[in-house]
Design a protein around this ligand. Sequence first.
Ligand code: KG4
Ligand code: ZN
Length: 347
Amino acid sequence: MNGRVVPDKQGPVRILAIETSCDETAAAVVEDGRKVLSDAVYSQILLHVPYGGVVPEIASRSHIEKIDTTVRAVLSEAKMEIKEIDAVAVTKGPGLVGALLVGVSYAKGLAYALNKPLIAVNHIHGHISANYLIYPELKPPFLCLVVSGGHSHLVETLNDGYRLLGGTLDDAAGEAFDKAARVLGLPYPGGPNLDRLAEEGDPHAYLLPQPNPDGEYNYSFSGLKTAFINLLHGLEQRSESYNRADLAASFRMAVVSHLTAKAMKACRRRGWDTIALAGGVSANSLLRREMQRSCDERRIRLLMPTLDLCGDNASMIGAAAYVQYQRSDFAGLRLNAEPSLPLLLRP
Ligand code: KG4
Ligand code: ZN
């Protein structure tokens, strides 16, 4: 199967989706881009904990070990034989090159052997599309705040593609959470651990600077991160006692206020009445609460994936792939991993 072919399928379209961009080996079977028939995620967290972060070589090797059993598990849960699927979808980027290559190679082999279409999905489009699984009636246009370990974007999701309103000028929100967690001595994965600790702290205990980057809808987290590190080092150098939960809560509040303020500004200035969250950081409990509060005040509809669909998973890849399937946007067998793939405005 190569290039663009018009699908002649009648009835439901069931896509086998594969995601291996970072430290989760994930597979899913998704029907018509909206209904998850089965979903499995093998998390590598325990393999990376001793190193305090994702080790790319370990991630690739673990994907190789787990991908086949993960795919077999979702086919069995969906009560399907492999030959019954209509297409194979896979994340082509962005992500770790070695990790992506495992999924891409496996998907290519499967599509070739089965003579089924191959669909190459942008991971960021996948995160945005997680919302279609929770809100099956949802259609573009809507505004989306994409916040993950690699991205912090405000994106307008339109009928014919995406418009990038703004993004981070330096670190992503997830990266900032991970770094702050590390200096607080919290284990990998930092973001969720900092979130849990912050629940016990006072968010007003420490004052951190509110970032003010150039550009109406841009974000910046590196200054905040440095201010936080300096604050902690200062406390330690002066041998002042401090409460780690208060520090975590103050940092989380500063990040969430920045994310929410720009998102609300985009809603106000560009007239959006619906905003969706997407990406791993959208699991952050304060972000969910603050976005809900701010949206309720302004009568804006807030869409949020359930927690299992915020982080990396293959169902979201299946949801994004369905749109491409309908357009016969198929990849050839020359498909390669694209570790630095940007958000594509006209996918
Ligand atoms: O979307 P994702 O799973 O992978 C990427 O595409 O990057 O996002 C992972 C990021 C990590 O930085 C992780 O620490 C962060 O999302 N994260 C969180 C929370 N859960 C995951 N950050 C803050 N609070 C959370 N509850
Ligand atoms: Zn992701």
